[in-house]
Ligand binder design. Sequence first.
Ligand SMILES: Nc1ncnc2c1ncn2[C@@H]1O[C@H](COP(=O)(O)OP(=O)(O)O)[C@@H](O)[C@H]1O
Ligand SMILES: [Mg+2]
Length: 587
Amino acid sequence: MRATDVLRIYGESVKRHLLAVTLVLIGVLAGSVITVVAPLYYKDFFDVLAQNGDIGERIEILRRIILAILALGFVSFIGWRTASFGMQHLASRVVANLRERAFAHLIHHSQRFFTSTFTGTLVQRVNRFANGYDRIADRVVYDIIPIIVQVVGVIWILASIQPVMAVIIVLWTALFLAANYSFARWKLKYDIAGTAQDSKTTGTLADIITNQSAVEAHGSHAFEQSRYGAQVATQMHMTRFRWNLAQSFDSIQALLIVVVEFAVFYVGVGLWAKGEFSIGTFVLVQAYIIRLSDRLWSFSRLIRDVYDSFADAKEMVEIMQAPHEVSNMPDAQTIAHVKGDIRFDHVSFSYNAQTIIDNFTTTIKAGERIALVGPSGAGKSTVVKLLFRFYDPTKGDLLIDGCSIRELSLNSLRQTLSLVPQDPALFHRSLMENIRYGKPEASDEEVLYAARLAHCDEFIDVLPAKYETLVGERGIKLSGGERQRVALARAFLRNAPIIVLDEATSSLDSESERYIQQALGELMKERTTLVIAHRLSTIRSMDRIIVMNKGRIIEDGSHDELLKKKGLYTKLWGLQQGGFIPSAINQ
Ligand SMILES: Nc1ncnc2c1ncn2[C@@H]1O[C@H](COP(=O)(O)OP(=O)(O)O)[C@@H](O)[C@H]1O
Ligand SMILES: [Mg+2]
């Protein structure tokens, strides 16, 4: 990851606004050149003042010079105005485009990516990346280009008027720039560490806020306060150290300016005595020193700002350059009429080093209804994630209707499947929108029908805003059972050929579950169904039961067959209390 990668990505967004870019460049160049040229007129002005000659003639010349200065001022004004309007035009559009591009790539990253990156950090990265353009563009246009034009222009003009002065200014500028640059480079490691710490502080804050209810339930406010406080304190120390460095450096710069003023005037007096230095030249050199030191003074800050922006942007660009873990193959296929055969062919998988799914092989025929049972942590949900291709298996293959799911387009694969997850999270949108998520083109009637099937209407009808109620972040304003029913309604609406229910009714009370079972029975008809369940009544009614433990299939058969085997299933069955398989048993 290099700075050029950041620039390339910014460049792609800027490129669409060539007219604005051209106007900005013309404006800035005009404004900067005039800053260098105008002092020449001051020089003439003072030289004419200091002459002895016909007063009327001199007044005439002086007036012409003032008019020229006025005209230059006006052109400079137009130049800078054009540049700032152009910059505004660019900033608003480019920042918006960068946000969209960052989002477009980010949203296709895999579950592994999102489970291992803090939400708060990601949100911040998208913003910093987009705003980084604004900061860098401002620095280039309002600082870097003017500095280059002024330094080159000043040295060029002085060289033709008074070479000794040119040499002094060249040496001074070089010293100034070199000192600034090395300082900024040296300090860079502290700046990068500062940015990283800032991300950490934000991440901590986001994590705590997300878990506010746990904080409250455990009365751990003080504990979290000190955790967050520790991050803030670390950041504070790092920031203070960096600011102190910058302050010390500023003092050195101030000294450098005093020294150049002295040198210029000391040498100037010598040259003046020899008649080689006019009053106007004093004015000219003084004007240049003031303008240059004004520009160069903040040069290290400028470098730091540019580096900071690059460092900020880099974090997001890394994400944008990271290939998506799960993506479409170049010639991915779509399947229109899915029968619903599923085959797990020697599938193994691990999140990290530990094997979670171990040589999982089974065939599920179209229309078959399968229960997947096993103790908690056995890998049941992971099997589902592999089927949806949230992750790719490390070994083996999954096939739908004989076609490897890697060869299917992701859209096509997911159209085929319908998932009611273990712990569904909802969007902070209305209930209507949340249910319609199962089938975006569904009519209101279809949505309401699906909601009725999933027994959502029972809790929705009593809400003041009914289907327009907003459910809070992640659906926090609903109970677990209510969220599950919304997820079920989505599945009813989606009507996909393969249905996967991952403990989909675990948070429902027995009564609502009994009602929903009937509806689920309808849903499962003539569809391949994979049910992860711990309620024996549900499991028993399935065609086949696959018993899993530690990522392996250990038993497979109908309820009666499995009971005869007197294995883990019998043990689970024997341990049943109140119709549930206990979620954790000792092996
Ligand atoms: N994103 C993840 N990263 C690392 N390990 C995970 C992740 N998700 C689940 N696991 C681990 O994989 C194992 C199986 O998890 P899971 O499939 O959810 O089990 P089940 O659904 O059978 O209870 C567990 O030991 C769990 O800790
Ligand atoms: Mg699970």
